[in-house]
Ligand binder design. Structure first.
Ligand SMILES: *[C@@H]1O[C@H](CO)[C@@H](O)[C@H](O)[C@H]1NC(C)=O
Ligand SMILES: *[C@@H]1O[C@H](CO)[C@@H](O)[C@H](O)[C@H]1NC(C)=O
Length: 345
């Protein structure tokens, strides 16, 4: 199944609509998940996290990131949000695993890995305003335990682009690419764009938001009555630099399967998911959305090199790099080690 990319749309229809697009460098690669597993260190699977340095085992919605963080890895200094996904590993023929490094997008080459973040206020010819997220807002999209196309189809726009070159933006798939991708694999994580207008979170961290009732955000589809408030299209692009692992001599000997696996033990790719904790200062994001700016000069920014300097204290100390017998938190066979969970703050 293929989806049109809003990035491609933005490039081809340049000028027709604005979007906020910026780089966030790596903050930390760590087994923490304050959204799904608050208070649990280590969390069941490994994440790569960008954004403000208030990211921690627990993030109290009543103490939003702008009041806790002292720096951010993102371009805009008022953005202390956290954005995170699972981590991609390569599985060698001998059963060892190696973390796949991330690489920055075209134009953001100085960044230390991380991802490209988009907030898209609207698309189409007529301007319809969006309501920016409120302090304490968080959400996730995707299910780490999904392993089939039928399940993954519940999410409209969680996809992969097999990069033939750094600018490839077509041919998105719901599962991992079946062939080596010369310039890496780009994971695309697009969040729902309709909000119930009341809840900052929900038990599954998803049901307070929804996709448009018909159509898509890109073509101006209306929000359902249950979730009437249009929110910005939040979108992550994460480029996994697979180039070291692209030789077919390294790929599985069966000749049909592919060697990449998400840190939750998913070798299908259908378990693609992303998490978000809103953390813009005051109404900086709302103002940027209202002014429909592209580079948004009114937002205070820092250089990518400055963003690379932002650090947080590591909470979970374990080896995540080099050749590993198992992915952190997983058995060598990629099953989660539930008994390894401990509750400590
Ligand atoms: C993270 O949480 C721990 C334990 O609650 C605390 O000691 C530490 O200061 C927190 N770190 C940050 C950066 O807030
Ligand atoms: C497993 O294979 C990888 C890739 O070929 C190699 O670099 C690594 O040293 C091997 N590990 C073991 C334990 O043989």
């Amino acid at each position: 199944m293929r989806w049109s990319s809003s990035a491609a749309l933005a490039l081809t229809a340049s000028g027709a609509h604005a979007l906020l697009r910026f780089s966030c460098s790596q903050l930390v690669v760590e087994r923490l998940d304050p959204l799904v597993n608050p208070g649990i260190a280590p969390s069941p699977h490994l994440h790569q996290i960008v954004g403000g340095n208030a990211f921690n085992t627990t993030m109290d919605p009543l103490k939003p990131p702008p009041s806790q963080a002292t720096c951010t890895t993102c371009t805009f200094v008022d953005d202390f949000s956290n954005y995170w996904t699972a981590v991609l590993y390569f599985r060698a023929r001998n059963g060892s695993y190696h973390r796949v490094p991330q690489k920055p997008n075209v134009g953001f080459e100085q960044a230390n890995g991380g991802m490209t973040i988009y907030y898209i206020p609207y698309t189409g010819r007529t301007k319809s305003s969006v309501t920016a997220f409120k302090p304490g807002f968080r959400m996730l999209i995707g299910r780490q335990d999904y392993r089939t196309r039928e399940e993954a189809s519940r999410f409209r726009q969680l996809t992969y682009t097999c990069l033939q070159n750094p600018m490839t933006r077509t041919g998105e798939t719901l599962d991992f690419p079946k062939q080596p991708c010369p310039a890496g694999i780009m994971a695309n994580v697009r969040f729902p764009t309709c909000w119930d207008g009341k809840n900052l979170d929900s038990p599954d961290h998803m049901s307070h938001v929804a996709y448009p009732e018909t159509g898509t955000f890109e073509n101006g589809g209306p929000c359902p009555a249950t979730h009437p408030v249009k929110i910005p299209q939040l979108f992550y692009e994460v480029i996994w630099d697979t180039t070291k692992f692209n030789s077919k001599d390294l790929w599985p000997e069966d000749g049909t399967s592919q060697p990449f696996v998400w840190s939750q033990g998913d070798s299908t790719g259908f378990g693609n998911h992303g998490d978000y904790v809103f953390g813009w200062k005051d109404d900086a994001l709302q103002k940027a959305m209202d002014s429909n700016c592209d580079s948004c000069p009114q937002l205070k920014s820092q250089t990518i090199a400055q963003g690379n300097q932002c650090r947080k204290q590591v909470v979970v100390h374990e080896e995540v790099d080099g050749w590993l017998n198992a992915i952190p938190g997983m058995s060598p066979g990629m099953e989660p080690i539930v008994s390894g969970l401990s509750l400590r703050q």
